[in-house]
Write a protein that binds this ligand. Structure first.
Ligand code: GLC
Ligand code: GLC
Length: 928
């Protein structure tokens, strides 16, 4: 045979180093023996071909290409980063599958201090063959039984036990604690488990057993445990290799390369499941007749062909098949066999390891063979050693080819020419067979010369790594509980909303009667909605929303609008009244000039979105400022007068103020112009409020008993008498306290655009202080008032796929002209009112856990805000936004329900058909 690196050979023919060739040959070694051992030799070219083919399959699987089915699975795990080293706590680890017919339970203590390790306690249990091949439930019951037997013997407290489950079979993971078995491998074949969530099966069994209350927090593959438990060295450990009964590896892949994840940042640990590799072109030439026989007689013929050449479960069997063959041909044992030699599974990995060890004395080999009922001669011992070495050498070389493929993949993924990487190795073949490891390492160097690889033996057989993942999972679960607790007061149930509706109704009645009530129920002197015959050119002002606007409205058969937005600096909004109204008139004059209207006297309507007591259409006493306004010397004054005085000061004589209306009224009227059934106006913008057509007989203080009048409810102040205290959270209290009108507009502060962002910001601050968000680091940014605009809520929630109807079922928006006030939004509460309410309650979280695209967008939005965050953070922020906006929409819906019910009862109707004109930036921009 050619020896190492024989010069002159073409690379493809160059045989690799075969250490057993150093051993002296038995003098009677026949052609037959040579021929037999020759089958186990693999050339460098063959290994390179396997490496290349495996790499191709890995990349195909990563791309998500399903046909032809890739030869390896590339299963993403939910492990996204290698450990920090700060994880701590006590964890129970249950290992199933790695070591074949045994199950291990460990008690692992993580100290959180690097280099300070506590030896775990552990116990191994042999799984009866009948259980490995029996019903799934039996297997999990056995596991639960072993767990409690182990725990019974531990002196520590068994309170709040958290368990990490190392389950070493190919699984589809859908969460840190959710994992579906794809198919059994190695010696297992329990019924009713494939396609099931193994975590759930374990939980059920633990519960059936009833001895301990154990929380199964995480599930991992043994390769992942091996990688995660690696002692932190100079370089990151980003590959986990296991060669035990089976073989496999995991490594850290760039998330953007894993098609199924739809995630463009960070890395994710992928389990290759290379045991199933079976490319005929690459593997075919190295498969021996013994491999075929072994496969044929295995539990899973045709499957896991690669694993069956490497895994410890199979090495003994391969040796047995070769020895039996040679014995039968008369080359070994004087042609004699024994019942043991002829029965499956009689030669174990341990035997092979001992026999192939060159330092093992002939006497030991002799003894093992005798135990098998054989009577070996002196030359037989050496020959048997050669067979063992040939089988193990090939296994190590094939394993090296696979590992080299993973290293190439790391290089490709990171677009690096050279790679420095640490590989954590685990499993009994790696741990107990020094020769296997040295062949593996030497061959990897040969096949991946550009990689500088260090091999680090795993700690506690991977148990520590499983505990690490469990620690992280437990932390995430604890965070989730804190998040849920924090958001619970925002999740209103039917009864709570019905109570809001009932209280609103009561407050309406009192307000209408002129009794003490947080609802002012202000008459507007608008007695009818438009009939569509109105014509003319008008000027309009709109003050009190997101923008201050001046508009020219031409009403002919349709409506034509020209408008311009002007800014009102905060210094003006909160300065002197004189300054504010002068500024308003300056803006109108500017608009007139730009529109060529100077000199024309057009009737001017003033939409003034603050509470006013009106004494007529053109008279409105400002009761108090709301939202961000606080100009001095205005409260208690007639706003029309204040405007007229400014007009005089500015000598803008042609301006003729004819009406003052609240924005709710403007909205109802503009909607009514289109739809005669519109008798309610609703604003959900910077502030919130509603108006509706009330029977005059119910309105105290306005003469007359017949007909109707539009009532401006000023519902933003609902609850200012303390009636909303039950629903108010500490975050609402903080937002209220920091506002310019503490104690006022409590309903508005739970609903409208001016406040929702602030509520969210306060919740985020709280979650950060609990360490749930942003790794507990308070940033200056987040402490800045108003940094979190309500439009971010809309943007963030828009990232989700819209899967649910909007809160007001049937609402649609149709625009006439291009902007307010002639935007008509109709909310057809056409069905029975009760029906409309149920639509409100149907609103719920629409986040699919896989919605990583959404999370990416959320993260981008928050990063623009200067808040650096992880995917977990992004998901939580999203849930906070949803909870806050959902409560807002529901409270608003409860208010509308009170109004429509009142109208229905006023009219003594069974059913009411009514439209609601809706406007406001929050309503229009928020996706739900
Ligand atoms: C088998 C399993 C795999 C495991 C490996 C090593 O190949 O399918 O999940 O990692 O054995 O135990
Ligand atoms: C505030 C005002 C109210 C207005 C509402 C919507 O609540 O007090 O008059 O209708 O905001 O803009």
């Amino acid at each position: 045979m050619d020896s190492i690196g024989s010069a002159g050979l073409r690379q493809g023919e160059e045989a690799l180093s075969h250490p057993e060739e150093g051993l002296p040959r038995p003098s009677d070694s026949s052609e037959l023996v040579q021929e037999c051992l020759q089958q186990f030799k693999v050339t460098r070219a063959q290994l390179q071909q396997i490496q290349a083919s495996l790499l191709g399959s890995m990349e195909q699987a990563l791309r998500g290409q399903a046909s032809p089915a890739p030869a390896v699975r590339m299963l993403p795990t939910y492990v996204g980063s290698t450990p920090h080293g700060t994880e701590q706590g006590d964890f129970v680890v249950l290992e199933l599958g790695a070591t074949g017919a045994s199950l291990r339970v460990l008690w692992v203590t993580l100290t959180g201090i690097e280099g300070h390790r506590v030896e775990p306690r552990s116990q191994e249990f042999v799984i009866p063959q009948a259980v490995m091949l029996g019903a799934g439930q039996q297997l999990f019951d056995f596991a639960a039984h072993c767990l409690s037997e182990f725990l019974d013997a531990q002196p520590m407290s068994k309170q709040g036990l958290q368990l990490g489950f190392s389950f070493s079979f190919p699984c589809h993971q859908t969460g840190l604690d959710r994992s579906t078995l794809i198919s059994w491998t190695k010696g297992f074949r329990c019924s009713g488990v494939e396609g099931q969530d193994v975590v759930q099966l374990l939980r059920d069994a633990i519960q059936r057993h009833g001895a301990y209350n154990i929380d199964v927090v995480a599930v991992v593959n043994d390769t992942v445990g091996t990688m995660m438990g690696c002692e932190l060295g100079a370089r990151p450990c980003e590959v986990g290799l296991v060669v035990d009964t089976g073989t496999n590896a995991c490594y850290m892949e760039e998330a953007r390369h894993v098609a199924v994840l739809d995630e463009d940042r960070g890395r994710v640990c992928v389990s290759v499941e290379w045991g199933s590799f079976s490319d005929a072109g690459a593997l075919g030439p190295v498969l021996t007749t013994f491999d075929h026989t072994l496969d044929h007689e295995s539990l899973n013929p045709g499957a896991q062909r690669f694993e069956k050449m490497i895994g410890g479960l199979y090495l003994g069997e391969l040796v047995r098949l070769v020895l039996a063959h040679l014995a039968r041909r008369g080359v070994l044992f004087g042609g004699g066999t024994s019942p043991a030699l002829l029965s499956r599974g009689s030669i174990l990995l341990e035997h092979v390891a001992e026999m192939e060890d060159p330092s093992a004395g002939a006497a030991r080999v002799h003894a093992i063979l005798q135990d098998l009922g054989l009577s070996p001669g002196a030359s037989d011992v050496e020959l048997v050693q050669h067979v063992c070495a040939a089988v193990c050498t090939r296994a190590a070389q094939l394993c090296a080819a696979a590992l080299a493929a993973v290293l190439s993949r790391l290089q490709h993924g990171r677009e690096q020419q050279t790679l420095q990487v640490a590989v954590a190795t685990g499993g009994r073949v790696c741990e107990r067979h020094p020769r296997f490891c040295s062949i593996l390492q030497g061959t990897v160097m040969l096949l991946a010369p550009e990689c500088d690889v260090s091999f680090i033996p795993s700690v506690d057989g991977g148990g520590r790594g499983v505990a690490m993942v469990t620690a992280v999972a437990a932390r995430l679960a604890a965070h989730r509980r804190l998040l849920e607790e924090t958001l619970a007061p925002f999740r209103l149930n039917h009864d709570q909303l019905a109570a809001v509706q009932a209280q609103m109704r009561k407050a309406m009645v009192k307000g209408l009667r002129g009794e003490a009530s947080s609802l002012r129920m202000l008459p507007t002197f608008v007695r009818a909605t438009p009939d569509g015959s109105e014509r003319g050119d008008f000027l309009a002002l709109d003050l009190g929303g997101t923008n201050f606007r001046v508009l020219l409205v031409r009403v002919t058969t349709g409506v034509q609008i020209t408008s311009q937005i002007y800014s009102i600096p905060e210094s003006v909004a909160q300065g002197s009244g004189k300054q504010l109204f002068d500024h308003i008139v300056d803006c109108i004059m500017d608009f007139q000039q730009k529109q060529g209207l100077s000199g024309q006297s057009l009737p001017l309507g003033f939409t003034f979105s603050f509470p006013c007591r009106q004494l007529g259409l053109d008279q409105g006493i400002l009761l108090n400022w709301t939202k961000g306004f606080n100009a001095s010397d205005c409260e208690g004054q007639d706003v029309v007068n204040l405007l007229r005085e400014a007009i005089t000061r500015r000598q803008a004589v042609e301006l003729n103020v004819v009406a003052i209306v609240n924005d709710t009224v403007g909205t109802m009227m503009s909607c009514g112009y289109e739809d005669p059934r519109c008798e309610i106006g609703l604003i959900v913008g910077t502030g919130t409020n509603a108006c509706y057509m009330e029977e005059l007989r119910n309105v105290a203080g306005v003469p007359g008993d017949s007909g109707r009048m539009c009532i401006n409810m000023e519902w933003g102040a609902f609850g200012d008498d303390g009636s909303l205290a039950m629903l108010s959270t500490c975050f609402d209290a903080s937002v209220d306290q920091a506002s310019i009108n503490p104690g006022k507009q409590r309903f508005e502060k739970m609903i409208s655009g001016m406040y929702l962002g602030e509520i969210v910001r306060h919740i985020l601050l709280h979650l950060t202080s609990l360490g749930v968000l942003f790794r507990g680091q308070q940033t200056q940014r987040l402490q800045t008032r108003d940094i979190f605009k309500t439009k971010f809520l809309s943007e963030i929630e828009r990232c989700l796929r819209p899967t649910l109807p909007p809160p007001l079922q049937g609402a649609f928006l149709s625009t006439v002209g291009d902007c307010w006030p002639w935007v008509v939004a109709r909310s057809a509460l056409e069905d029975e009112v009760g029906e409309a309410m149920t639509h409100l309650f149907a609103l719920s979280s629409s986040l699919a856990p896989s919605d990583s695209l959404a999370l990416r967008q959320v993260r981008a939005i928050l990063e623009d805000l200067g808040l650096p965050l992880t995917s977990d953070d992004a998901l939580m922020v999203l849930e906070v936004c949803q909870a806050v906006s959902q409560r807002a929409a529901q409270l608003c819906g409860a208010g509308v329900a009170a109004v429509v019910e009142k109208i229905r009862e006023n009219r003594g109707l069974e059913k009411l058909a009514v439209s609601v004109g809706v406007d406001g930036t929050l309503y229009k921009l928020h996706p739900q």
